[in-house]
Design a protein around this ligand. Structure first.
Ligand code: IPM
Ligand code: MG
Length: 360
């Protein structure tokens, strides 16, 4: 097949991890006989520097003409002045909003090879396989706000409509059907009106999926249960901000924030794929960032936007095989001396990918 992929490397370690993932996609294309074309565009701080806008029109037009977008990370200390009128993160939020990418899928797996390294006990990590479905284009991120005023107050609004909750709830229930048939919906219905609407709406949608078990968990308690007993969770459905916070929290189950991929999807097959980690300015430019989150995001791109499930699984298995064989980037290595660079880790993944037959 032919596919057009736009890459938005962004800031910090973004370009380094994108380079690794593009090499993996190119290898997949070559092995399976596909033609992927790549076009690079600006987003975030580098776009502010070059064009005064974290999401230039040119970038939006390029994305509109693509089948999928692979994004690195945005942000950095040079653009973090709280009084600045434009910030890198606005580019990412506008991109999600422009394409109405309301469902953010964040799979979290604990890899047996990393069990000894993760900060949680190995017995708690056995069988951890969670899919976070985070609502991505509404809630407190996009509600009415007042930033300036008289300088003595500022506010954001957590606003949800029934339709905004319904559509993301359907995504969660459909995903659960393909998995272990459970949805845990997180909210704060004991305090917030918007979260009572969330709970009521998820319950309503759940009636259409009698084969899926639904439980409602208060988000504060969920933050504890997700670490105390992570294996009991299958699909975790959450609003925009709760999903943001808890997905960083449970990245410790996977050993490192650098491991987790994400897919941001709307109603069609188009999607934006990005690791959940940030631009990591402290290690940028050193070639030591963990590319796994971005490589696994490329796998999600193959699966969700291009319909290439076998190829996606081949990439996922190659990552796992590289980890099983002991390949580690610095974030996963107890002594940094034994750690592989971003490029060397990608080489390890590619060598395992070559062993998977993808054609015929
Ligand atoms: C994420 C990030 C973003 C978010 C930031 C960079 C705007 O933390 O994708 O999880 O809050 O959604
Ligand atoms: Mg986040």
């Amino acid at each position: 097949m032919q596919a057009k992929i736009v890459t938005l490397p962004g800031d910090g370690v973004g370009p380094e991890v994108i380079a690794g993932a593009v090499r993996v996609l190119q290898a997949v294309a070559q092995q399976a006989g596909h033609t992927f074309s790549f076009e690079e565009a600006l987003i975030g701080g580098c776009a502010i520097d070059a064009a005064g806008d974290p999401l230039p029109d040119e970038t939006l037009r390029a994305c509109e003409g693509a089948d999928a977008v692979l994004l690195g990370a945005v942000g950095g200390p040079q653009w973090s002045d709280p009084t600045a009128p434009v910030r890198p993160e606005q580019g990412l939020l506008r991109l999600r909003q422009h394409f109405d990418l309301f469902a953010n899928l964040r799979p979290v797996k604990a890899y047996p090879a990393l069990a000894g390294f993760a900060p949680l006990r190995a017995d708690l990590l056995a069988d951890v396989d969670i899919l976070v479905v985070r609502e991505l284009t509404s809630g407190i991120y996009f509600g009415p706000r007042q930033e300036q005023g008289d300088g003595d107050s500022a506010w954001d609004t957590m606003l949800y409509t029934v339709e905004q909750v319904r559509r993301v709830a359907h995504v969660a229930f459909r995903a659960a059907r393909e998995r272990r048939g459970q949805v845990a919906s997180l909210d704060k219905a004991n305090v917030l009106a918007s979260m009572r609407l969330w709970r009521r709406t998820v319950t309503d949608v759940g009636r259409e999926y009698p084969d899926v078990a639904l439980e409602h968990v208060l988000v504060d308690a969920a933050a504890m249960h997700l670490l105390r007993n992570p294996a009991r969770f299958d699909v975790v459905l959450a609003g925009n901000m709760f999903g943001d916070i808890l997905s960083d929290e449970i990245s410790v189950l996977a050993g490192s924030l650098g491991m987790l991929p994400s897919a941001s999807l709307g109603n069609g097959t188009f999607g934006v794929y990005e690791p959940i980690h940030g631009s990591a300015p402290d290690i940028a430019g050193q070639g030591i960032a963990n590319p796994v989150g971005t490589i696994l995001s490329a796998a999600l791109l193959l699966r969700h936007s291009l319909g290439l499930d076998a190829e996606a699984r081949a990439v996922e298995r190659a990552v796992e095989a590289a980890l099983d064989a002991g390949a580690r980037t610095a974030d996963l290595a107890p002594d940094r001396g034994s750690a592989l660079s971003t490029a060397a880790f990608t080489d390890a993944v590619l060598s395992h990918l070559e062993q998977v037959p993808l054609r015929g």
